[in-house]
Design a protein around this ligand. Structure first.
Ligand SMILES: [Zn+2]
Length: 156
């Protein structure tokens, strides 16, 4: 196990979260926020509108392999995600969580934190981190609105 943050490398190319961390901000991208250590993007298969994933830039497979600095950055970026979603979409609450390991529902070996905005009456409570529910969603529009909301937040 290495505690050296190396950033994404060519060998990570099979990982879609490494791809997202590498890509340059673009209009059609689902990336809405980034800094040196984390990237935040819309989930392509959201549990609710505005479902974000906060991802360490480095291909870290689990929570234990995050450095303290990466862990702190992950949480600070989660706070930014909640701030931007609150401003742009006014949800009533959030589910925030990590699925680690395939038995826990993780679909990719690159740890990431889900931020799922919730509105009163949207569904029954907690299955959001276990059940995939595809919503009709104009992801590019949502990404654009959220990028603007992130831009209005104070920088980390
Ligand atoms: Zn990765």
């Amino acid at each position: 196990m290495t505690y050296v943050s190396t950033g994404p490398s060519a060998s990570d190319s099979a990982c879609f979260l490494c791809d997202a961390a590498r890509e340059h901000p673009a209009e059609d991208s689902l990336v809405v926020d980034r800094n040196e250590l984390t990237v935040t993007l819309l989930n392509r298969y959201p549990y609710s509108s505005g479902h974000l994933m906060v991802v360490p830039v480095r291909h870290a497979p689990d929570v234990l392999s995050l450095t303290p600095k990466e862990g702190a950055a992950l949480f600070a970026s989660t706070q930014r995600a909640i701030g931007a979603l609150t401003e742009a979409m006014h949800p009533g609450g959030f589910n925030i969580g990590i699925n680690q390991g395939s038995v826990a529902g993780a679909s990719v070996e690159h740890i990431h934190l889900h931020v799922v905005p919730r509105w009163g009456g949207d569904t029954n409570f907690m299955p959001v981190l276990a059940d995939v529910k595809v919503l009709p969603e104009h992801l590019e529009n949502t990404a654009e609105n959220l990028r603007a909301a992130f831009d209005r937040l104070r920088p980390l």
